[in-house]
Design a binder for this molecule. Sequence first.
Ligand code: HEM
Length: 509
Amino acid sequence: MAVWLFISISIAVILKLIFNYLTQTRKPSQNLPPGPHPLPILGNLFLFRKSFNDLHGILESLHAKFGPIITLYFGSRPAIFVANRYLAHQALVQNGAVFAHRPPAFDIEERVVITTASYGSTWRVLRRNLTAEMLHSSRLKSYSHARKIVLGRLLMLLKLQSDQSADHSVQVMDQFRNSMFSLLAFMCFGDELEDQKIKEIGDVERDMMRTFGEMSMVSILPKVAMIMFYKQGKKLLRLQDEARRLIIPLILDRKKVKQEHKHNTNKQRLSMSSYVDTLLDVKLPEENRSLNVEEILGLCSEFLNGGTDNTSALLLWIMANLVKYPRIQEKLFAEMKRVIGNQEKMVKEDDLHKMPYLKAVILEGLRRHPPLRFLIPHAVTEDVVLNGYLIPRDGSVNFMIGDMGMDPKVWEDPMSFTPERFLSRDLNKDGEGFDITGSKEIKMMPFGAGRRICPGYALAILHLEYFVANLVWSFEWKPRGEYDVNMEEQHEFSVRMKHPLQALLYPRF
Ligand code: HEM
């Protein structure tokens, strides 16, 4: 390229950045929440010059200095962070419709998926399809057979590994993840999916999530992350092609079977309806058309990943706490014994609701180890005022999930793992149990709150209850020799154990 052309383009880019800065960076008179002073063009990015991995720690210290609601500039656009549960309730629940938008920059590829869709009719149709056709309690029941198969395989594998190891020690992280993925894969593509196929798709999706995790700022600044982490971006594109190669034939197969079924030839094969089947029936309201194969692929990936990493990370944290605190494990085992007696080999799903201590263990896991420390960035549909400050339409707004569940004003000794706190009358008003949705009041919000609350929360809780109960019912879990369980965190896409749990497993039967 000629030097003069290169210089002209560079000057044009710099002028555009300066123009954006001058026109978009808010002046103090506009009463945005307080925050560190932004530099021209870069905003507050310099705060993260070492790493974006400690975003949570940096935000915590900024909140301590500037208060519960702060502004940062990533480039020229303001990003507001809220760390107070009353303000979160005011925004997400009382003013839910206004705060349910997503920032436009968030949608890297302009895909049609629920997570990044702006608040409007497409989002509504896709979300309703997921909640009514897949996640409604009556539909969840129809997948209990798949859950039993996946659980049975996990228990068998753990027993085999414990038998084969000289000291009964087992590494469980990969097995937990594979199991959670298999559950979602059956729901997504039907229960006839072969194990080998599930493994191949699981490997690609895991690689994608890991690569995403390496681009640590991706959830805050997706477009900048794609430029700064060019190598990872390229890898992501390659993995997406691989996912296409594996998943599109499955979608086309379901489509064919569905058409055959319509003509009444093979009623049996559609006995378990899959997420793909429901997506084939969706019509996008604005364009009055069905979803194309690429769009269905994106929604399948969202479903598989949304339900796998967070749930398996949390399952590992909960089991780690049960190893670290044998008193809690024994109390849980005693509750199960009381409910199902000595004879049963497995805890059935129908028994779970009779086990309040099990529920308390899962809730304490969600409070103490929320897999996500922030929501997916929100945006407002119009300029609004929160706590006397402007929340501007052209910025993003996010909420500090971790801080809310560990607020010492709400939670006594918040850093301890104490399931008993969820049995107290204080948290179970009117005997209805703890309200995880925060509709009346937010005390913690591991799944978010309001209109964008995680639609998969009931499924995630069911998977956690069913698996934790059976893991404890089948094995006694003990720490490895003199090593204590290391609870250090690693912040990737979700917060995982830096040193994954390795425990000694002794079959109880
Ligand atoms: C322990 C497990 C899980 C945790 C902690 C979790 C947490 C979250 C959080 C914090 C959000 C962001 C909410 C917001 O932006 O306001 C979210 C969104 C979402 N989750 Fe989950 N989730 C879990 C499991 C699942 C499962 C099992 C599924 C699906 C089967 C799922 C599907 C989704 C989807 C589609 C969204 C986007 C919702 C929207 O934008 O309207 N999640 N989740």
